[in-house]
Structures are given as C-alpha cells and as structure tokens.
Design a protein around this ligand. Sequence first.
Ligand SMILES: [Zn+2]
Length: 149
Amino acid sequence: MPAVPDQKRILERLAAAGLRPTRQRIGLSSLLFGSGHRHVTAEHLHGEALACGLRVSLATVYNALHQMTGAGMLREVVVEAGRFYFDTNTSAHHHFFHEESGLLTDVPGRAIHLEALLPPPPPGTRVKLVDVVIRLEKLPDEGQAVLQC
Ligand SMILES: [Zn+2]
C-alpha cells in the first residue's frame, strides 16, 4: 500500500519551491510525490486527478507541472517531439523508454559513463546535462513460429 503523503510535507515542499499552495497544486503534488519516484505525462496525471475527485483541467495540470519543473521539483524528460514525461527524481540519470507500453524507467545506478565520450563544449559553455533515452522494443516471442514458405 503506497504511503499517504503528509499534507504538511506537501505544503513545505511547495513553499520551498516558492509556489502558492492552491488546492490543485496540493492535490497534484500528493499524486506526484506520494509513493516514490514516478514518471508521468500530463495526460496520465490528469486522469489520476479526475479519478481521485480532483476537479482540474488538463491545461491546469500542464501549467502546474511546468511551474513545478521551473521550481526544481520535477525534471522534464523529452522522449520525442511532443512527447515528454515529468520525473519526480531530479538527480542526473538516464532512462529506458519501452516503445510498446510507453513506460519510462530509470537506468539503474550510474550504468552509463559518457564523460569520456563527450566532445569539449564550445568556448564559454559547459555541459549542463546529458540526457540519454534508450529506446527499447520487445524481442519477438520465441513461441511464435515465423512462417516460412
Ligand atoms: Zn527518471
């Protein structure tokens, strides 16, 4: 059973991020931060909010997610143009994207060491973030025979 987020902890988190604790932000924060790290799309979170009785529009969910991202509470992960997820784990890490299911998961630990492969950044700049999304597809089911004519 997921831990029920403490309302006080949610309020402190919003205050630390400089966000006013509106009813919608408190409700969405409870869904986002109530049970460990999550990767959600705005549409998925909107569906969860409606299922929990939180009356909120998809536009409001988008706005809240972008505000939380701007305040450092979330990290945005772009999988492809127009498809992005919001990650409650804001530390530097990489992702697996399961194309069939649309599931985004963390690559465990520091399994990717890219530092030695990166070109030097242009003068006057530094590498802020290297964001790797490894796209996965299912292997063909071995039980399915391939027709050979
Ligand atoms: Zn992640």
